[in-house]
Design a protein around this ligand. Structure first.
Ligand code: FCB
Length: 437
């Protein structure tokens, strides 16, 4: 049971659950093209246990029961992502009719159950054919992505409650091109600098394409991490400031102010695309809402050998099964900061949740959600215009580099049988939301 109540959030507040295509769909033989996660995951050493998303939760076939779970949980909305290579197998050009049919069924299935579709265009499964041309390192991706956005708007736009362009551009750019942890697995500052700009430029061209094709209620989803310093000494504070700039301010500043933080442009220098400044007007197109994914805080200290702009250390708060500290205050602090320093457009918590060891009884997760929902209320009390909250995730699913080893679901999935079993956290949401939709 949660201690918070639905009515604490007021009548217009949206509660939902979130997933992403590659993490749950499977269904790879309907004409879907290859994505960078197919090849990355099948390359030894990249993903725990060599797990791939080939079958995942087989949501491709089992979506009716998954939508039933969302409806029966009392949720108002479902945040899902389109798979670009399912709709356009080569990334540009020919459309896969079976892919269009799949999302038609899924969206109509939501509407039939009274669930509002919250779509994301890109949750990391870039068509491999585009990676062959440099993917996010190639400026042309702004055009490829805009064409894909236009297609989604034309086929589905009138049925979508809201559309986000990109999920977590920091992950698309930095985690995947600098830290090498996600596909395509580069560890290269020039690759990262290019991706950091192109992902936001493509976001802007996609916003234009969506709008031109009649789609409404447009935004982007950022992962923000509360940045804190390991100590009060000036070196650690400077490291924290730089960590905050790379993780948070690059994206907030670019999108909402048309300006990247100077400390980062100086650090990246000539690795950035030439004349990137001319794109900033497109990068900062007006949005209707901003999504924030929140999981934990980051603690920064000066790099011990001076070779990097910062280092992160582990804190000593209680941790989830990912090893991430549980820190609800970070969520309210970030929501208030965004509202005070960046924008007054409506904010949505588009992901929040925790990995927990396998089991249907997940009292720690119930507690986690309750505390983070309280943090949302606290942010609202401090003036942040937060309009919705989406739990990550509906189902245990393919947790990227961690494979099936980490479980974020409020519904347990037995990967042998594909049996879904609601956990205590699902029932806690259901208890709060039941009969109030
Ligand atoms: C976020 C991703 C999501 C999931 C959660 C745990 O960074 O958007 O797909 O992996 O983390």
């Amino acid at each position: 049971m949660f201690s918070v109540d639905r009515k604490d959030f007021g009548p217009g507040f949206t509660f939902g659950v979130a997933t992403a295509a590659y993490q749950i769909e499977g269904g790879q033989d309907d004409g879907r093209g290859a994505s960078i996660w197919d090849s990355f995951s099948s390359t030894p050493g990249n993903v725990h246990n060599g797990d791939t998303g080939a079958v995942a939760c087989n949501h491709y076939e089992l979506w009716p029961q998954d939508l039933d779970l969302i409806r029966d949980g009392g949720f108002d909305g479902y945040r899902f992502s389109f798979s670009w290579p399912r709709l356009i197998p080569e990334g540009t050009g020919a459309i896969n009719p079976a892919g269009v049919d799949f999302y038609d069924r899924l969206i109509d299935g939501m509407l039939a159950r009274g669930i509002k579709p919250y779509a994301t265009l890109y949750h990391w499964d870039l068509p491999s054919a585009l990676q062959d041309k440099g993917g996010w390192m190639n400026r042309d991706i702004a055009g490829w992505f805009a064409d894909y956005a236009a297609l989604v708007a034309q086929k589905f736009g009138d049925r979508l409650q809201a559309t986000a362009t990109i999920n977590e551009p920091w992950c698309v750019a930095f985690l995947s091109h600098y830290l090498g942890i996600h596909a395509p697995g580069y560890r290269d500052v020039r690759a990262a600098a290019r991706a950091m700009h192109h992902v936001l430029f493509a976001h802007g061209t996609a916003i234009d394409a969506l709008r031109a094709n009649g789609a409404k209620n447009l935004g982007i989803v950022l992962n923000l991490e509360k940045a804190e310093a390991a100590s009060d000494n000036p070196e650690d504070l400077a490291a924290m400031n730089m960590g905050d700039a790379v993780f948070n301010r690059w994206y907030l500043g670019g999108i909402l102010k048309g300006q990247y933080p100077e400390d980062v442009t100086t650090w990246l220098g000539d690795n950035l695309p030439r004349d990137y400044q001319r794109d900033m007007e497109v990068v900062s197109r007006p949005l209707d809402w901003l999504g924030i994914n929140y999981y934990t805080r980051g603690i920064y200290r000066a790099s011990t050998d001076g070779s990097r702009p910062f280092e992160q250390i582990k804190g000593d708060l209680e941790k989830t099964d990912m090893g991430w500290e549980i820190y609800p205050k970070g969520l309210s602090d970030l929501l208030v900061r965004v509202s005070n320093e960046y924008t007054k457009i409506p904010l949505y918590v588009t992901e929040n949740g925790m990995a927990e060891v396998e089991g249907d009884d997940d009292p720690r997760r119930v507690h986690y959600y309750d505390d983070h929902l309280k943090a949302v209320l606290s942010a609202r009390a401090q003036g942040a215009d937060v309009r919705g909250y989406f739990a990550w995730s509906l189902l245990d699913n393919y947790e990227w580099a961690e494979g099936y080893n980490k479980r974020f679901g409020i519904v347990h999935v037995d990967y042998e049988t594909q049996q879904r079993t609601p956990k205590a956290s699902y029932r806690a949401f259901q208890g709060m939301l039941h009969n109030t939709r």
